[in-house]
Design a protein around this ligand. Sequence first.
Ligand SMILES: [Zn+2]
Length: 68
Amino acid sequence: MPVPKKRHSRSRQGKRRSENFRAHLAGISKCSACGAPIMPHQACPACGSYKGRAVIKIKAKKKKGKKE
Ligand SMILES: [Zn+2]
């Protein structure tokens, strides 16, 4: 069984572990209707559109949301 020759510093240990805690944003794209960040294969939570057409009615619009 291979054994590490030298102990890794805390800095190096943290650098290795940092990748596990990073927020991976792969797959997140922008809504074609309103530009909000959306998850793949899901309707837009901001405007309720999917593939260019409205599929969900959003009751209350947030202040942040842009117009369609
Ligand atoms: Zn949208």
